[in-house]
Design a protein around this ligand. Structure first.
Ligand SMILES: *[C@@H]1O[C@H](CO)[C@@H](O)[C@H](O)[C@H]1NC(C)=O
Ligand SMILES: *[C@@H]1O[C@H](CO)[C@@H](O)[C@H](O)[C@H]1NC(C)=O
Length: 341
């Protein structure tokens, strides 16, 4: 550690302060405050900051804790992130991609009724992923504002003074909130130095993390920041069975941070990354694991277990038989669903 690097306490304080400014709902990252980990001798002194107490943060905490790492969780929002303010409300979600499904699942236990508008676009996910009281509906034809004053929008407990007409001729009434689910815009405001918001996504260089907000650049296996792999992301890929995927990513992070699995040299990670960019292109589809989740997890688990064997550690379990059966069932349902539409 050089003289001008922050001490552990300063770094923690700074992170806490930066974090207070952070206003996003989900922060699916965890990262390491100090650079101690470069030296395995200093492993005992390693502290890991987990940013965000969402599902991926909790899963990461469990795996890192089990690997004997000292973790601190930072969370911007109070528990459940204000979801309760949707209690008893009727919510219209416009769009049916990943962000819409995530919002629907989060609001499911609180909202009265959720309507999800689908135009049948390329990024739409199947309606079977919706919670029980969410209904998929077709396109909106028009809105008609019944109120003279915009003031009538101020009272959140009242439904909107709008009539909402669907293309199929139906009308939606008593909607309290409308959310335009245009997708995730990736932003890491507490890592401003890794942002270059004006750079086009296809001009990202070897160090930048975020350009136009459609992807996170320069991650090895969507997890480790190549220039400094102590900066780690859990939960970046989408189009997955989410929870189990976070677990496997957290296992990989725990294995690397506790020296039971080893990353390739930086050049190796760089070559693998460039190959993936060539194959998948940049932007929104880069982190999609559609039809590739099993392959991705097999690769992670294979790598972890090969390395664990060299240090005499027991192998971790990959997808279980039960998971494969459930997944086959899920894929079958998806296929039926797409055949029907
Ligand atoms: C929606 O689901 C929640 C929790 O499952 C429940 O409390 C609520 O009554 C449901 N609303 C409707 C209209 O079914
Ligand atoms: C990469 O881009 C970032 C953000 O624009 C910039 O700060 C950094 O200097 C660039 N690095 C190189 C090696 O060009």
């Amino acid at each position: 550690m050089s003289a001008d690097e922050p001490t552990e306490d300063e770094a923690t304080t700074r992170l806490r302060e930066d974090w207070e400014d952070y206003s996003q709902w989900h922060a699916l990252i965890l990262f390491h405050l100090q650079r101690f980990s470069r030296s395995s001798r200093l492993l005992a002194a390693m502290k890991v900051a987990i940013v965000g107490a969402g599902i991926s943060g909790v899963v990461a905490g469990a795996h890192l804790g089990r690997a004997g790492l000292d973790t601190t969780v930072f969370e911007r929002n109070d528990a459940a992130g204000g979801v309760w303010s949707f209690r008893g409300q009727n919510v219209l979600l416009v769009g049916s991609g990943v962000s819409s499904i995530d919002i629907a699942r989060e609001l499911g236990p609180e909202a009265e009724e959720i309507y999800q508008v689908s135009r049948g676009g390329a990024f739409d996910l199947p309606a079977s992923l919706l919670p029980p009281n969410a209904t998929r509906i077709g396109e909106i034809a028009s809105f008609e504002n019944l109120a003279a004053e915009a003031d009538s929008l101020k009272d959140n407990s009242k439904s909107l003074p709008w009539r909402i007409f669907l293309r199929d001729g139906r009308e939606l009434a008593k909607i309290h909130r409308i959310i335009l689910c245009t997708g995730y815009h990736i932003s890491l405001p507490f890592l401003k130095q890794y942002h270059s918001d004006d750079t086009p996504v296809y001009e990202a260089n070897n160090t930048v993390l975020v350009t136009d907000g459609t992807q996170v650049h320069n991650l090895h296996k969507d997890i480790f920041y190549i220039p400094d792999p102590t900066l780690i992301f859990i939960g970046i890929p989408y189009y997955t069975a989410t929870f189990t995927l976070f677990e496997f990513q957290a296992m990989a992070a725990a294995a690397v941070l506790s020296n039971q699995a080893f990353l390739p040299i930086r050049e190796g990670m760089r070559i693998e990354y460039q190959e993936r960019v060539r194959r998948k292109g940049v932007g929104k589809s880069f982190h999609s694991l559609k039809d590739k989740e099993v392959e991705y997890v097999d690769e992670l688990v294979g790598w972890i277990n090969r390395d664990r064997a060299t240090v005499g550690a027991k192998p971790v379990e990959g997808h279980t038989q039960a998971w494969h059966i459930a997944n086959a069932d899920r894929l079958q349902k998806l296929r039926q669903m797409f055949e029907k539409t």
